[in-house]
Design a protein around this ligand. Sequence first.
Ligand code: UVW
Length: 346
Amino acid sequence: MTHQSDNKRWQQRPEGANWGDFGTDDQLGRVNLLTAEQVLKGAREVLTGNVFSLSLPLDLPGGNALNPRRFPPRLSPTRLDGNDYVNFPLSRVHEGLLDVISDDEVVLSLQYSSQWDSLAHVGALFDADGDGHAERCYYNGYRAKADIQHLSAVDGEASASRARRLGIEHMAVHGMQGRGVLVDLARVFGTGRTLVGYAELMHAMKTLDVTVEAGDMLVLRTGFAEEVMRMGGRPDTTLLKRTGAVLDGRDDALLEWIGDSQIATLCADNYAVENADHELDGTECCKLPLHHHCLFKLGLPLAELWYLGPLANWLAAHGRSRFMLTAPPLRLPGAIGSPVTPVATV
Ligand code: UVW
């Protein structure tokens, strides 16, 4: 069943989608639920002033083991007139000057390590016009061709991409601050691979006595990033595929709960949040059904590979699950994802 509309961008929206609910031209989706009230709720969780950085070092996991398209950052000096600007003595240019200057740049896969997915990351083929013709669409009916541009390489130039709509900068400008709620799946299920559907998530929340409310930033600790950290840049892919809980994006009840819960964001310490390793049997709509549901249908940003161990251990030791979470991505116009250094204050 679809929602009919005279919306200028789409005539029908996917089943279970919230397109239009935050406005015709909305580009924030569930991030709209990170209101001033949510920030105050987060601030009320600040009782000790202790701060936890939730980022892995951005050159981990190491190599391209988790995703063959993504490589560790490569730092290099900026250059001027043929000179590398690292330990550059200005006396070379102006005699007598004492200054020594270092300055660098980076080539970075934006979703290599601790990261946000913007709403431009995963779309779907969908007949938004209701004319029997499926097109490449993203959240709120934005279209691939006009809105998430891919400029192919011409005349030896590198190809370019630019999200004219739904780019990460919208999340950066909003601030990405609110009340974080941690569900420590590793504490309940251990650090071996466990598929977590609705029943398992509810069991974990009940066991840990965690309540999630509308507007919360849900944070799942599985132990995956801690294993990545232990591997110190030499990831053992076989072991990592057996490490930690992953959400079961094929579980409709789980997807329905994510829809009903009105959480603002879904953050995890693992790769992909959901199980990305299952064999396709030809019956499924999508390779990444949780991404499809969250990013495409609900405008609900996903975060991956956050480093949650120290925070989770501290919260458990103090009988808590809530904290103030501040996690702005880079304000990089047109980017599809972003590295992030989230900060939890307790
Ligand atoms: C993929 O392409 C698998 O993306 P993500 O890092 O969001 O899981």
